[in-house]
Ligand binder design. Structure first.
Ligand code: NI
Length: 173
């Protein structure tokens, strides 16, 4: 397994619509393992393939917050929201592609998601709480959407300018 560099906003690859995975392959399994390792290393609770520059509909997540609890890694190929609750909830979201910036985002409180598993089977699960927020945030990435898109334009521009500055600093270092 290897840790992949995470793209930082603004980057055109974070704004593209990603293609569904046609069939699973050993390369895709390796990619999913790399993504999990990259996510845990960051550390983060979710990572979508475009964040490491791979334009495929694949995300990984693990929203277990208790450091004593066993990890619960999930790998979702071609995830699709098949139901959203009318009830909404608000979480302070962040993103590995927008480091150290957080903002309240309101989304459906619960969602049902269907996807392909690592062994090619179909799975469906009803997500609640932080898992529901995380899976929606990551699926947005597959459609080129970032959590800052839910904020007022001024706030979004401020965050984008901070990220441009961060990228310039990193490029110099
Ligand atoms: Ni994100």
């Amino acid at each position: 397994m290897s840790i992949r560099p995470i793209l930082i906003h603004p980057d055109p690859r974070l704004r593209k619509h990603c293609e569904p995975v046609a069939a699973l392959s050993p390369e895709l399994v390796k990619l999913a393992e790399d993504m999990l390792e990259t996510m845990y290393d960051a550390p983060g609770i979710g990572l979508a393939a475009p964040q490491i520059g791979v334009m495929k509909r694949l995300l990984v997540m693990d929203c277990v917050k208790d450091p004593e609890a066993p990890p619960s890694p999930m790998v979702l190929f071609n995830p699709e929201i098949v139901w959203s609750s009318a009830e909404r909830s608000s979480y302070e979201e962040g993103c590995l592609s927008i480091p150290e910036q957080y903002a309240e985002v309101e989304r459906p409180a619960e969602v049902k998601v269907r996807w392909l598993t690592l062994d090619g089977g179909a799975a469906e699960e009803h997500f609640t709480g932080l898992w529901a927020t995380c899976v929606q945030h990551e699926i947005d990435h597959l459609d080129g959407k970032l959590f800052i898109d839910y904020l007022k334009p001024l706030r979004r521009q401020m965050i984008t300018r901070k990220m441009e500055k961060l990228k310039r600093e990193r490029a110099r270092a």
